[in-house]
Write a protein that binds this ligand. Structure first.
Ligand code: SF4
Length: 370
């Protein structure tokens, strides 16, 4: 199934916005600028996004129009608030209220000063014993030696079911473990701030045991100085939803169809579909609908595919392979069997991060919305 061209999925407009915000934050913090919202808007102005050929003759759309306006403003407002909290000491509202001004980003890895309150920004913590390294967004220690570690996300902390993303929690537990390793002896509390709120949890004995066990398992399964096939290491699970390498992950491609057809498909299952084309219908001169008998034996549809993406001679019996589609209706995330690539009425709500390619009988063609 591996496409010949770039096997990874294109970045979504929101992911690209996150990258821009991150770059602006780094630059602004170095220059001591306090307002990042206008800087983000200025950088967005000259970026475009592609949603295949349907977006216009050039196939490109201003990035600011590829994100719903209300979402764009909310994300930028949220980034400004986080920036103020993270980098501008006076407005920091953390629970520990450190008295010393925050220290800026450091490149070097060195032990924490042994005593006293401090606030560190983008601090690198490293343990060679654990083969673990991470950069915390903000670390505050009070006079008693208790530490709060904050991590700021540009996106949401919770999935559509309201559960905290497991990888966010795990990342924070890793920071907690690193803090212990570099000499923190007081209480450690972990704090996640996202566009949908804030979560706090302690790095207590139970959390420490959990993350040490997990790390031990990982280290044992990936021996140092040895190469293992990716197939052996890959584990299909919630991380697949955000993994850009699904099109080239043989393990995911092999196991996903059984999950599509299972009695209780997991909520994290990505909106992907592949199988034999049953028929192709024209929706209008520029768009068509594909009906696909997927590899779980379900008849599925992928609507509003730009006709320009279809290779010449594509016909029933050929294969269509589609990743990161929109479910139809848009809120039906669990076991969707109807999908959409373009939303012609609200272009900003199209499946911008999608990749679609075809395998014709005797001919392999590839194309993508990227
Ligand atoms: S198993 Fe999932 S997360 Fe791991 S490489 Fe494959 S697609 Fe990505």
């Amino acid at each position: 199934m591996d496409p010949d061209l770039d096997p990874s999925l294109p970045k979504t407009p929101l992911a690209r916005l996150g990258t821009i915000i991150h770059q602006v934050v780094r630059d602004a913090s170095r220059k001591g600028q306090s307002r990042i919202a206008p800087l983000v808007m200025a950088r967005l102005a000259d970026r475009t996004d592609s949603i295949a050929s349907y977006a216009g003759p050039s196939g490109r759309l201003p990035l600011s129009q590829a994100i719903r306006r209300s979402v764009l403003l909310k994300r930028i407002g949220h980034a400004q608030k986080q920036y103020s909290e993270k980098f501008v000491g006076d407005s920091y509202r953390g629970s520990r209220g450190s008295s010393s001004p925050p220290r800026g980003p450091r490149e070097a890895v060195d032990p924490l000063p042994s005593a006293g309150s401090l606030s560190l920004i983008e601090e690198t913590l490293e343990s060679s014993r654990l083969q673990l390294r991470g950069q915390v967004d903000r670390l505050d220690r009070d006079d008693s030696g208790n530490v709060e570690i904050s991590d700021f996300k540009t996106g949401r902390l919770h999935d559509s079911e309201g559960s905290l993303h497991a990888d966010h929690r795990l990342q924070l537990l890793g920071y907690g473990l690193l803090a212990r390793e570099v000499g923190v002896v007081g209480l450690i509390s972990l704090r996640l701030v996202g566009s949908d709120g804030e979560e706090r949890f302690p790095f207590d004995a139970e959390a420490e045991e959990e993350v040490r066990d997990l790390l031990g398992t990982l280290i044992a399964s990936i021996p140092r100085d040895e190469s293992l096939p990716a197939e052996q290491l890959a584990r299909v699970g919630p991380a697949c939803r955000f993994c850009a390498f699904r099109p080239s992950c043989s393990r995911y491609v092999r196991e996903a169809p059984a999950l599509w057809a299972s009695d209780e498909p997991p909520a994290w299952l990505p909106c992907d579909s592949w199988g034999r084309i049953e028929r192709i219908e024209s929706a209008d001169p520029a768009l068509c609908h594909l009906y696909i008998l997927d590899e779980a034996g379900r008849l599925t549809s992928v609507r509003n595919v730009p006709s320009g993406l279809l290779p010449a001679g594509l016909q029933a019996g050929d294969r269509a392979v589609c990743f990161s589609l929109n479910p139809v209706p848009k809120l039906s995330r669990t076991r969707p069997d109807n999908f959409e690539l373009i939303d012609p009425v609200h272009l900003a709500e199209s499946a911008h991060g999608a990749k679609v390619f075809f395998e014709q009988t005797g001919v392999v063609g590839s194309d993508a919305a990227q």
